[in-house]
Design a protein around this ligand. Structure first.
Ligand SMILES: *Cc1c(COP(=O)(O)O)cnc(C)c1O
Length: 343
């Protein structure tokens, strides 16, 4: 198989040797009976790191968002969510199908939903209206560029929700990237949400798996909803073992991904054919515009470099399994596409 420089996503990261060893050696049990010691350890660790009472290991981030949405709502309720959020764009309409909910989408800019607009969107108690029960927020916000919401914003949003008796679910698929950008402990972000979903399978480099954290009561309910969705797993300590290493050993290194993203963004900024919003380059992703973006993607693939289209943009993601020489391939590829081979 051809060896690609793969910038499509941080989900392509392979487990480390240490992870594979831990997986091999993991003590396991039936997790539906809550008998798997490795899963129990991971769930405790995740809860502790995010400053919550309890955690739940789940197969995917998508299932995590779906569980959280159901947890905080009743069928027929309305949820407020950003129109370019993962929940709206990438979960196959699951909120409607699984949660039987009406989604009220608001436009976001740099991941921010306008607080005044949210306030105006919250329903009053009226015989005609559905009940607004949940606000979902994404941090970092993927489609808006991997951008991070400030702690001030998170706090204001949380207070607004509480004032109105609403829950906040944070899709924090890459919450540790947000914490790195803000230079803060991840707890300081997590405290402004009732439940948080985050992925072990992205920059944290586990092969599979995500977490939900929240109160003991909510996680108990979440465990039951996970079972309903078919996500109750058995000797899944085999995978949780990698998750523990993700949390203990793989957080700090993501700083390098952010540095590489910034370096690449600065490189492409010099070309007039390319538009990149430097303000949005905050974590491990760079989104940019170029005319006929698919042509560049096809060209790069021929050169052994993989990136993905995102509407009329291209997304480039940095992670553990790309190094400086992969970055060089990418940069040379872009430059050659624009100006041809020099000499
Ligand atoms: C990747 C991602 C998810 C879903 O995770 P999967 O494990 O791929 O289902 C949810 N939200 C955001 C913002 C993501 O980037």
């Amino acid at each position: 198989m051809k060896k690609y420089s793969d910038f499509r996503s941080d989900t392509v990261t392979k487990p480390t040797v240490e992870m594979r060893k831990a997986m091999f050696e993991a003590s396991v049990g039936d997790d539906v009976f809550e008998d798997d010691p490795t899963v129990n350890k991971l769930e405790k660790l995740a809860a502790k790191m995010l400053g919550k009472e309890a955690g739940l290991f789940i197969p995917s981030g998508t299932m995590g968002n779906q569980i959280a949405i159901r947890l905080h709502t009743n069928p027929g309720d309305e949820i407020i969510v950003g129109d370019s959020s993962h929940i709206i764009q990438h979960e196959v309409g699951g909120a409607a199908r699984n949660g039987l909910l009406q989604t009220r989408t608001l436009r976001s800019k740099y991941g921010i939903l306008d607080l005044k607009e949210i306030e105006n969107t919250i329903r009053e108690d009226d015989i005609h209206f559905p009940k607004t029960s949940l606000i979902c927020i994404e941090n970092p916000h993927n489609d808006d560029g991997g951008v991070v919401l400030s702690l001030e914003y998170m706090k204001d949003l949380y207070n607004l929700a509480k004032k109105n008796g609403l829950y906040i679910h944070l899709d924090g698929a890459r919450i540790f990237n947000a914490a790195i950008f803000l230079g803060t402990d991840v707890k300081n972000i997590a405290k402004y949400a009732d439940t948080i979903m985050f992925c072990l399978s992205k920059g944290l480099s586990s092969p599979i798996g995500s977490m939900i954290v929240g109160t003991k009561k909510d996680i108990k309910k979440a465990r039951k909803i996970r079972k309903m969705l078919g996500g109750g797993m058995r000797q899944v300590g085999i995978i949780a073992a990698a998750g523990i290493i993700s949390l203990k050993k793989m957080v700090e290194r993501m700083k390098d991904d952010h540095k590489m993203a910034e370096q690449f963004a600065k490189f492409i900024k010099q070309f007039k054919e390319i538009k990149v919003d430097m303000k949005s380059v905050q974590t491990n992703m760079v989104y940019f515009w170029i005319k006929d973006n698919l042509k560049l993607i096809t060209y790069l693939k021929k050169k052994g470099v993989l990136v993905i289209p995102h509407g009329d943009r291209i997304r480039v993601t940095f992670h553990k399994d790309v190094n400086d020489s992969n970055l060089k391939n990418l940069e040379v590829g872009v430059k050659e596409y624009l100006y041809g081979k020099k000499n």
